[in-house]
Design a protein around this ligand. Structure first.
Ligand SMILES: Cc1ncc(COP(=O)(O)O)c(C=O)c1O
Length: 488
């Protein structure tokens, strides 16, 4: 992302290049204070940033974000940035909501902590019931975690233990799509489809199997002209993989409603209906990994609702609290609970801070904001304008494709629009890491420049955004992408 420390790729804070292209909207209201300098020095001495080339900070400042308000965040120098990525696909309701912060504070003074190991507490119960009410079908059981990786990990563990419990002990494999990101803990990493971030940790738990993703812009020739045919081909590849692996060995398929990594691939029409049929045919669980796509990102509480399919498990995190406290979890169909509801049967899995009372109180207050302000309605009313505004960028020679749904978009950058030729590694390094990430950030936009697949810029703004924010994003992108093209 263009906060120069990208949590998903080994990037650091590139040296500043040229004059600071702060837009007219960007304001600087305070100078660096001595305490700011001390903070900077301390950060450089002691912090170890995630997925970050720390060497980039030997001679450069670490960007320190100190506060947020609405759709904007401010750095330690008082400079304002439009948060076009909701932090990291998290801040659905935007920043600085006192009522949500206060709900957390009230809960901390009433009951700061108690585990969900053999006990419950009221906020977890309330939240579980509320989530079950919002989720599609009979996803009535909630297992809380603290993060998305833990949610994914928990879903795989549940699938494995469930199949052992019902007498199908050979089912342990999981299918997921190429380039898809499903988290970083060892199990979640085995499901993740990005070879570059897996290799140092091999051998990973066995059983991860890859299937094609739904990148229509790069579809194979024989389905490149027909989106529906492409989608059915991609779904049928899941069936072929199940048959290849042996259906009796496959436990689950993990899919995001819109695949994030690679640059926001929406599902083609008919894709999820076909996947559901295939899963039913072979007794395989369909896990909808909605760590990004749930809680309004696509204009619905869950992405599965937008595309009309019924998952067996939904994994969630991020937007459930809009980041005011950490929380994740999985929503599970009643049927998956049955083998665990009699005698000594126990799901042998737990996490100390899962379903933390403060996080649950915050999640409830967050959902209250969704309702009071009709944030789903706001996304649905404005998504066509968001798309149209971003599509204006298609007149730039470097913009090959604009894709996504809701408030979740990817812009693919190409060297040649006609042939769709992409950048080689060296060009991509120079373009994304050497220029774009820093230039977009300097211009006052937090978004993400990612080259784990083909180079893309991603946008995922707070759900409170409207046309004026889309225009601000478009203008900054237009100016910086024009500069990028001239430097090629
Ligand atoms: C689809 C998906 N699954 C899982 C994860 C992992 O979530 P976390 O970083 O909270 O562990 C992410 C993180 O972005 C994600 O996008």
């Amino acid at each position: 992302m263009t906060t120069p420390s990208d949590p998903y790729r080994s990037q650091g804070h590139a040296p500043r290049t040229g004059p600071d292209p702060m837009g007219p909207e960007a304001v600087t209201d305070t100078a660096v204070t001595p305490s700011g300098q001390a903070l900077q020095e301390s950060a450089r001495r002691h912090m170890w940033l995630h997925f970050t080339r720390m060497s980039s900070y030997h001679n450069n400042d670490i960007p320190v974000i100190v506060r947020g308000e609405g759709q904007y965040v401010y750095d330690q120098n008082g400079k304002r940035y439009l948060d076009g990525l909701s932090g990291l696909f998290v801040s659905q309701i935007g920043h600085g909501r006192k009522e949500v912060a206060e709900a957390g504070a009230r809960q901390a003074s009433e009951l700061a902590y108690f585990p969900l190991w053999s006990y419950a507490h009221p906020r977890a119960v309330d939240l579980a019931e509320r989530l079950a009410g919002l989720a599609p079908g009979d996803l009535n059981r909630v297992f809380f975690t603290t993060s998305g990786s833990e949610a994914v990990e928990s879903a795989w563990k549940l699938a494995k233990q469930y199949f052992k419990a019902i007498g199908e002990p050979a089912r342990y494999k999981v299918l997921s799509r190429e380039i898809a990101y499903h988290g970083t803990s060892m199990g979640a990493l085995a499901i993740t489809g990005l070879p570059g971030i897996k290799e140092p940790f091999e051998p990973l738990p066995p059983g991860g199997v890859r299937v094609p993703n739904t990148n229509f812009y790069r579809a194979p020739g024989f389905v490149a002209e027909d989106l529906t045919a492409f989608g059915l081909w991609a779904a049928d590849e899941i069936e072929r993989a199940i048959l290849r692996e042996g259906p009796e060995s496959v436990a689950a398929v993990f899919l995001e409603p819109v695949q994030n990594s690679g640059g926001c691939f929406p599902p083609p029409p008919g894709y999820f209906a076909r996947v559901r049929e295939i899963c039913d045919r072979y007794g395989v669980l369909l896990v909808s990994d909605e760590v990004i796509c749930a809680f309004g990102r696509l204009g619905y509480y869950f992405g599965a609702q937008r595309y009309g399919y019924q998952p067996d498990i939904i994994t969630f995190a991020k937007g459930v609290t809009s980041g005011y406290a950490p929380l994740g979890g999985m929503l599970v169909r009643d049927q998956l609970m049955e083998p665990f509801s009699a005698g000594t049967a126990t799901f042998l899995h737990g996490i100390t801070f899962a379903g933390h009372p403060v996080s649950c109180a915050v999640a409830l207050a967050n959902l209250d904001v969704f309702e009071k302000e009709d944030l789903l309605g706001n996304v649905r009313a404005n998504e066509a304008t968001f798309r149209a505004t971003l599509e204006q960028l298609l007149d730039l020679p470097i913009v090959g494709d604009v894709r996504g749904d809701g408030y979740f978009y990817g812009i693919e950058l190409v060297k040649d629009k006609v042939t769709r030729e992409t950048f080689n590694d060296e060009e991509s390094e120079r373009l994304l890491r050497g220029f774009l990430s820093q230039a977009l950030f300097d211009a006052g936009l937090v978004c993400r420049a990612d080259d784990r697949g083909d180079p893309v810029i991603q946008l995922s703004p707070p759900l409170t955004c409207g046309p004026e924010h889309f225009t601000e994003m478009e203008q900054i992108l237009r100016s910086v992408l024009t500069q990028a093209w001239s430097r090629l």
